[in-house]
Design a protein around this ligand. Structure first.
Ligand SMILES: Cc1cc2nc3c(=O)[nH]c(=O)nc-3n(C[C@H](O)[C@H](O)[C@H](O)COP(=O)(O)OP(=O)(O)OC[C@H]3O[C@@H](n4cnc5c(N)ncnc54)[C@H](O)[C@@H]3O)c2cc1C
Ligand code: FES
Ligand code: FES
Length: 487
């Protein structure tokens, strides 16, 4: 098949074509080592500190959309057809400081300065989207940025003041939007892209049909969507991953379809992209979504990637299993759909045949009388992986529990349903006795491991207490009451 063998992007307004791009070259290395744009810093190289934050602009449904990403775990090849904006490109009128930079200066938001470019980029994205943010919105925007010097307060004050220094309507990304959109339209791929040496090959299929073809030709290829897991395999574990098939540019994997029956989301939909539909169809998940990673990672990371990696501590599988989600896998000869819980066979083993890719996830909308909850227990509130995650869905009719789906992450080698706890509830009258029995039964459902996140005893007690919490939060007779078992 005819193919393009270079990566074409716009960097700070200038079109760049790079030949022979290795699949594992990160955007950060490209910026710092090849382009000498050293304003973007390397702190952790694992998506945690935000020092490497840049903006990536891409066309979605014909519209130009800019969002923050971590350059340290984003692969350059995945940015074919995108616009990268680094801190060097920010400027105010007549070469003065940009409003975000001036606010950071005036409010003493920078001390040693190492984190500053990353914060500036996150606050720039926030100001463009929400010029007059609340304190809570500022905190969400900088969830993925760490500062060891300032104690954050001056940065939050600067963020709240940016709009006094200038309005987004006058910003380059808005005044030049039409020209920037045309510039990106001109470099959108018309064929498959194949670049890099044999042992570090990057392939960008043209569309989903081509993806199936590429995977049939390369059944052992590594699929990369947001690279928020795979990026670390490279930067931390030096793992060879060639050939790499990038999918984050495939619009067909970004479809979101919300009907009266179900929400169907393409595997390539990011956490950020799914927020509006989640808010509408599953409001109980809104706060939980906000606790997945930080803003930059949510802008890149996909629900498909979270499922496909098969991690026992991924946040979406337990809550989606509890909601009765199904996953559709596709390959060249067709597609098959299975209950999400059946996808996870064992630790590191999923029901994926050679050439299969995750295409979409379907989540049925809650039935009448269904009460849903999602809980994440982690050491830090933000930007942390779960010690225990739980999805609980209980259906009640005329005071009797008619159905229960309870799934946990962090309790077994895979995300798993709590069969004993479910059985203890179904057929029982809604009430404390049923949930006390379920809270005891769940201890027999799992034999969790101890690790540095939590001990086995802690995990077991937490799972048990989450069932009691669910009851207390949802019992009309005890509004707001919290009474947890301690032993
Ligand atoms: C700083 C940081 C914080 C994080 N915090 C959290 C957190 O709080 N909770 C949490 O659950 N996770 C967290 N993660 C992990 C990660 O962000 C998620 O697992 C994310 O959903 C992965 O999606 P991705 O698109 O980036 O996947 P990728 O890294 O691109 O891929 C992950 C895996 O899925 C496979 N894959 C991707 N797409 C497909 C597809 N369509 N078909 C088949 N296989 C596919 C890849 O081959 C790989 O095995 C964090 C990561 C970082 C770096
Ligand atoms: S260097 Fe820390 S998030 Fe990229
Ligand atoms: S100013 Fe020093 S790390 Fe933030």
């Amino acid at each position: 098949m005819e193919h393009q063998n270079d990566i074409r992007l716009v960097l700070n307004g200038r079109e760049v074509a790079v030949k022979d791009v290795k699949a594992t070259t990160t955007l950060l290395d490209f910026l710092r080592l090849e382009q000498r744009l050293t304003g973007t810093k390397e702190g952790c190289a694992e998506g945690d500190c935000g020092a490497c934050t840049v903006l990536v602009g891409r066309l979605q449904d014909g519209a130009l959309r800019f969002e923050t990403v971590n350059a340290c775990i984003r692969f350059l090849a995945s940015l074919n057809g995108c616009h990268v904006i680094t801190v060097e490109h920010l400027s105010g009128p007549k070469g003065r400081l940009h409003p975000v930079q001036q606010a950071m200066v005036d409010y003493h938001g920078s001390q040693c300065g190492f984190c500053t470019p990353g914060f500036v980029m996150s606050l720039y994205a926030l100001w463009m989207q929400t010029p007059q943010p609340t304190e809570a919105q500022v905190e969400t925007a900088v969830q993925g940025n760490l500062c060891r010097c300032t104690g954050y307060e001056p940065i939050v004050k600067a963020a709240l003041a940016v709009n006094q220094y200038g309005t987004p309507a006058n910003d380059y990304l808005n005044t030049e939007r039409a020209a920037l959109t045309a510039q990106l339209e001109a470099i959108q791929p018309r064929t498959r892209v194949v670049t890099g040496p044999e042992d570090d090959r990057a392939i960008l299929p043209l569309d989903v049909t081509d993806l199936a073809e590429v995977l049939a030709e390369n059944p052992k290829a590594t699929i990369v969507a947001g690279s928020t897991d795979v990026g670390l395999w490279v930067t931390k574990f030096m793992k060879p991953i060639s050939p790499v098939v990038f999918v984050s540019h495939l619009e067909e994997l970004k479809a979101i379809d919300l009907t009266d029956e179900a929400l169907t989301i393409g595997a390539g939909v990011t956490y950020t992209e799914s927020e509006a539909a989640i808010r509408e169809a599953f409001p109980h998940l809104v706060e939980y979504w906000d606790r997945i990673a930080g803003w930059q990672v949510r802008n890149m990371g996909t629900i498909g990637g979270n499922i496909a990696n098969g991690s026992p501590i991924g946040d979406t599988p337990p809550v989606l299993i509890a909601l009765g989600a199904e996953v559709t896998l596709q390959k060249k000869d067709g597609a098959r759909t299975l209950p999400l819980e059946d996808f996870f066979i064992d630790y590191g083993k999923q029901d994926r045949e050679p050439g299969d890719f995750v295409a979409s996830i379907r989540i049925p909308r809650p039935a009448k009388g269904q009460i849903d909850a999602a809980y994440k227990i982690s050491k830090r509130r933000d930007e942390d992986i779960s010690s225990v995650a739980a999805g609980i869905s209980v259906t009640v009719a005329d005071g009797t529990i008619t159905a229960a789906r309870i799934a946990f992450g962090g309790m077994a080698a895979t995300p798993k349903r709590a069969a004993g706890a479910e059985a203890a509830l179904v057929g029982q009258p809604w009430g404390e006795a049923a949930f006390d029995a379920a809270a005891e039964a769940v201890k027999q459902d799992f034999t969790p491991l101890s690790d540095w996140r939590a001990s086995a005893e802690y995990r077991s007690l937490t799972a048990s207490n989450l069932l009691r919490r669910f009851y207390l939060e949802n019992d009309a007779d005890k509004p707001g009451a919290v009474r947890l078992a301690v032993a």
